[in-house]
Design a protein around this ligand. Structure first.
Ligand code: PEP
Ligand code: MN
Length: 349
């Protein structure tokens, strides 16, 4: 950390900074310039939540942190990309092949989810998605089938062999969700549900952590850090679009630049969700391809046998034939970009 003093700072004010730094466990080195003094603090910054303990001292102009606030998730702690095993033979991260997760927004019927799982697999998806517990803002809308939805997902897995990713909405459901799913999804709305993140640190399964709709990249990585701090290092990040001022044409603004930014800052795998990112079927294709071209480790795409009659997110869901065509295009783009991104660490150095 660096403490920049005001040009007219008094000796005793500089000394106060040094004393406070020592109290906080830092070594302080004073650098006197012609105009201003800068105090360099050597030590582990991640123990401090903010910089206010130093900023409040009179004579201090500003305090700058040097270390990123997350440590376990940081590439400075672990340089090599994390590779996470989702299920036997399905790995995500680093130089592992792109993992496409596809399925309906919500699990609706037995026939629907089985049919969707078969179609997803036939087109090359490696993971089946489907919500059993749905976060819905408006009451009196479909909130998912709950436990029945989990059972149907399990059935679809038995039928096709595809591992399952599904959202956990309430930490009281953790055992049930763990029993039936291979990846636990934390939705955008729960990215800052800190007690849930703490608990997910104690489970042995991978967690798919969606970016909160107004979360900065640091906040998102700190949410990942929280899960890791509590014992679970299997965190997969998912960019799903952030809120912006222009919501006329797309539901969210898909932050494709989050891919190289996160890969520079962190060793964790990152996937793109072009469905929630755009909210419109017509735009899913371009954003899915953009995600692959930018070096994402995977994609999450909503598909449905009959999007017009879907109980949630029909307007952003692809029909099976559209998904099949898209998968071919994804593979074409991936064939070109894979060699460029075989090590995310090197690609974004
Ligand atoms: C979902 O994946 O269906 C979902 C609700 O996503 P998000 O949390 O990104 O809105
Ligand atoms: Mn959805």
């Amino acid at each position: 950390m660096i403490v920049v003093m005001e040009p007219n700072a008094l000796e005793e004010q500089i000394q106060k900074v040094v004393d406070r730094a020592k109290e906080l466990g830092f070594q302080a080195i004073i650098n006197k310039g012609e105009v201003q003094t800068v105090v360099a603090l050597i030590g582990d910054e991640t123990r401090l939540a903010g910089t206010d303990l130093l900023e409040e001292i009179e004579g201090v102009r500003r305090v700058e942190r040097i270390q990123v606030p997350f440590r376990l998730a940081s590439r400075t702690t672990q340089y090599a990309d994390s590779v996470i095993e989702i299920a036997p033979g399905v790995k995500i991260g680093g130089a592992e092949d792109l993992v496409v997760m596809a399925g309906p927004c919500s699990v609706e019927t037995e026939e629907g989810i089985i049919q969707t799982a078969r179609a997803a697999k036939a087109s090359g998806a490696k993971v089946l998605r489907g919500g059993a517990y749905k976060p819905r803002t408006a009451p009196r809308t479909f909130e998912g089938l709950g436990e029945l939805g989990l059972k149907l997902l399990k059935q679809a897995k038995e039928e096709t062999g595809l591992p399952i990713v599904t959202e956990i909405m309430d930490i009281r459901d953790v055992d049930k969700v763990c029993e039936n799913a291979d990846i636990l999804q934390v939705g955008a709305r729960n990215m800052q549900n800190f007690s849930m993140l703490n608990e997910l640190g104690r489970v042995g399964k991978p967690v798919l952590l969606k970016r909160g709709m107004s979360a900065t990249i640091d906040e998102w990585l700190l949410a990942a850090e929280r899960i890791m701090h509590h014992g679970n290092s299997k965190v997969i990040l998912c960019e799903r679009g952030i809120r912006s001022f222009d919501a006329k044409y797309t539901r969210n603004v898909l932050d494709v630049s989050a891919i190289p930014v996160v890969q520079k800052l962190s060793h964790l795998p990152i996937i793109i969700d072009p469905s929630h990112g755009t909210g419109k079927t017509a735009f899913v294709r371009a954003m899915a391809l953009a995600g692959v071209a930018a070096g994402a480790n995977g994609l999450m795409i909503e598909i449905h046998p009959d999007p017009e009659n879907a109980l949630s997110d029909g307007p952003q869901s692809l029909k099976f034939d559209q998904f099949d065509v898209l998968m071919k295009e994804i593979n074409q783009v991936y064939a070109v970009t894979k060699p460029l991104f075989c090590s995310k660490a090197l690609a974004h150095k």
